[in-house]
Design a protein around this ligand. Structure first.
Ligand code: NDP
Length: 481
């Protein structure tokens, strides 16, 4: 049984209160670890370590910190398969997805920010009689709080820019998926990464996360998680004038215009709806289709969804695994029931699959589910379900499509499918989201701004935005003769 301890000052240490939480493999229900259930005292120890380490880490040159990022990327690369296997076991996601998305992206987060930081030019603004030099300094100790859907991917997305800008870190991963953060810490130990620069405090949000939000020495909080938790984070951290980045929930639309290539769009909509069992904040959980092509599109979509191979996450050909926990499965199923009460029709899925492998019948699986016939303003079509459930709606014209796409409290992402690229771009401008894709989904360039509007978040991460978030700027205006 793996015992997951905190990682403080370069050492694995038991939680001060001696309490642990179970870590379950959601695909089998098997107990795979005991996780430290930390509290304020553990956070204080992590802050103390980060505070001491801050002096030497922030005084390294940018080039030295870039070297460290590349060393971390190399070490992750050597452990890529182990990262993928560990993530798959902890989350119930297919091994192929864990390899392609989670492990790969964790490595490329470090490679990207190393290269991006090395390309930064000094910021200078000349006046007739003076020059303004913009000097970037680290923020200090930063708190990183992350969810369970893309555990190491999202954590490293924050760690890499925070480190390169000279900050030290106290991180709290989701208690549902602590294994790859723990593995990451042991990889840092293996490469003799400086002690205290990166610290992990495991445990529950209210007892281990809240003290991070409240700690006066932690100067910035980068949070990715649900909108309700985001409210707590904002309420706690804002009066302390901490820098805040909030990446929250989504209820994204996949919009099929009348001139779309329907075969391509059906494949794209299925991928956007069901990748990681629909547990990606960017997933297209509402599909809006022009009524004139709806019959053909629906037929293609259902064929695509029914052909998705759901099963053992360890199998190479599995495309859909479990959801994150039995508790989450029950929440997702409650939405399927709600959809029926709201007048929806289950077009495919809607029930737990049964497997010949008895072990997996204890897992948190739900068939990929498509629901038609719902009002666009129904609860099922507007609340974030975060599971393998999409709703399908038709529109009569482009104006109605825009209105429907914008009819939720969320505004994270979306995609539009059309053969007319100019039309796609023009259409995208009218959707209230932080990200729109035309004829693709989850196609990411890490230089671009990432984040949401409305209840999907505040601020942007990625490229320049991450470097700015994880630094403070001093403008030095030098008057010359
Ligand atoms: P939660 O909001 O439940 O949790 C996120 C993190 O916050 C967890 O580590 C959690 O700990 C912690 N937390 C909970 N309460 C507190 C608190 N009071 N103080 C400090 N930390 C706290 O989200 P989920 O883990 O359920 O993740 C799913 C959500 O994340 C979805 O809504 C999804 O849309 C969103 N998300 C957004 C993304 C984006 O980029 N916009 C990307 C990925 C996911 P614990 O686990 O112990 O509760």
């Amino acid at each position: 049984m793996t015992k997951i301890w905190n990682f403080i000052n370069g050492e694995f240490v038991a939680p001060s209160g001696g309490k642990y939480i179970d870590d379950i493999n959601p695909a089998t229900g098997e107990l795979i670890g005991k996780i430290a259930s930390s509290q304020s005292e553990d956070v204080q120890n992590a802050v103390d370590a980060a505070s001491v380490a801050s002096k030497s880490w922030s005084s390294l040159s940018m080039e030295q910190r870039i070297d460290w990022l590349n060393k971390i990327a190399d070490a992750l690369e050597s452990n890529k398969e182990l990262i993928a296997e560990t993530e798959s076991r902890d989350t119930g996601k297919p091994i192929s997805l864990a390899r392609r998305v989670d492990a790969s992206r964790s490595i490329s987060n470090f490679r990207f920010f190393a290269k991006f930081a090395s390309e930064q030019k000094p910021m200078e603004f000349k006046m007739d009689d003076a020059v303004n030099y913009v000097h970037r300094k680290p923020v200090g100790i930063v708190g990183l709080i992350t969810p369970w859907n893309l555990p190491l991917y999202l954590l490293t997305w924050k760690i890499a820019p925070a480190l390169v800008m000279g900050n030290t870190i106290v991180a709290k991963p989701s208690e549902l998926t602590p294994l790859t953060a723990n593995l990451f810490a042991s990889i840092l130990q293996d490469i003799d990464f400086p002690q205290g620069v990166f610290n992990i405090v495991h445990g529950l949000g209210p007892s281990a996360g809240q003290p991070i939000l409240e700690h006066p020495e932690i100067k910035a909080i980068s949070f990715t998680g649900g909108t309700q938790t985001g409210r707590i984070v904002a309420r706690t951290a804002a009066p302390l004038f901490k820098k805040l980045s909030l990446e929250l929930g989504g209820k994204n639309a996949t919009i099929i215009l009348d001139d779309a290539d329907l075969e391509v769009a059906a494949k794209g909509a299925a991928r956007a709806g069901f990748t990681n069992s629909g547990q990606v904040c960017l997933c297209g959980s509402r599909i809006l289709v022009d009524a004139s092509v709806a019959t053909k599109f629906t037929e293609l979509l259902l064929k695509e969804v029914r052909s998705m191979r759901q099963g053992d996450p360890k199998s190479e050909d599995t495309e859909i695994g479990s959801v994150i926990s039995m508790q989450h499965l029950e929440k997702v199923e409650s939405y399927v029931e709600l959809a029926k009460q709201e007048g929806g029709t289950i077009l495919t899925g809607g029930k737990r699959p049964s497997f010949s492998n008895e072990e997996m019948n204890h897992g948190a699986f739900l068939e990929p589910t498509v629901i038609g016939g719902l009002d666009i303003n129904s609860r099922t079509a507007t609340e974030e379900i975060f599971g393998p459930v999409v709703t399908l709606h038709t529109f009569e014209n482009q104006e109605q499509a825009i209105e429907m796409a914008n009819s939720t409290e969320y505004g994270l992402a979306g995609s539009v499918w059309t053969k007319d690229l100019a039309r796609g771009r023009q259409f995208s401008k009218q959707i209230e989201t932080g990200i729109m894709w035309v004829n693709t989904w989850l196609h990411r360039d890490l230089r671009t701004p990432f984040g949401g509007v409305k209840n999907s978040g505040v601020g942007r991460e990625g490229g320049q935005w991450s470097l700015s978030f994880f630094s403070e700027m001093t403008n030095i205006c030098v008057k010359h003769d």
